[in-house]
Ligand binder design. Structure first.
Ligand code: ATP
Ligand code: MG
Length: 145
């Protein structure tokens, strides 16, 4: 099953990015943790919007930059972290009290995962975003084990 996710795809529009995430969400196992790796403006939050939609969550996804953590709930919960303002230290990560919020079935998705302590080492999927010269995005989805 993990080969299903081992893909690299060019998304020409925001809608393409969103649709990719919708399809990914439908195949995603419960309790997945997903690192969204990519520069500013490459489509990470757009992808989270598609994930939420694909998981049947009707809340609109917002950029959580100000509160760092947003939680969207329906029959499952989607925790959305934007770690841009964190410093990667264990202490900063502990203040989020993540373990208290990870009630199964959950999906945890993190923008700027390199700034959340130990996350890249433990996540179950990495999604990498890069911008091409024509402003399309190349998106790679890889299982981590
Ligand atoms: N495949 C795409 N092609 C063109 N534009 C896109 C694509 N995906 C997203 N965008 C656009 O890029 C802009 C930035 O997207 P988004 O906010 O999702 O990026 P981000 O990676 O979350 O940025 P940040 O690092 O600031 O959080 C938005 O205007 C969005 O519509
Ligand atoms: Mg974002």
């Amino acid at each position: 099953m993990s080969q299903l996710f081992d893909i690299e795809i060019i998304c020409k529009t925001e809608k393409d990015t969103r649709n990719l995430a919708i399809n990914f969400a439908k195949l995603l196992p419960h309790n997945s943790s997903i690192a969204l790796v990519g520069d500013l403006g490459t489509g990470k939050t757009t992808f989270v919007g598609g994930l939420a939609h694909g998981l049947g969550i009707s809340d609109g996804v917002r950029s959580p930059s100000f509160n760092i953590l947003n939680i969207y709930s329906s029959h499952v919960s989607l925790l959305h972290i934007d770690a841009y303002r964190l410093d990667g230290s264990e202490q900063a990560t502990e203040t989020l009290m993540l373990n208290d919020f990870l009630v199964p079935p959950y999906y945890l998705v993190v923008e700027w995962p390199e700034r959340l302590y130990n996350f890249l080492e433990t996540c179950t999927f990495k999604v990498m975003f890069s911008m091409n010269n024509d402003f399309s995005r190349t998106i790679c989805i890889r299982p981590t084990h």
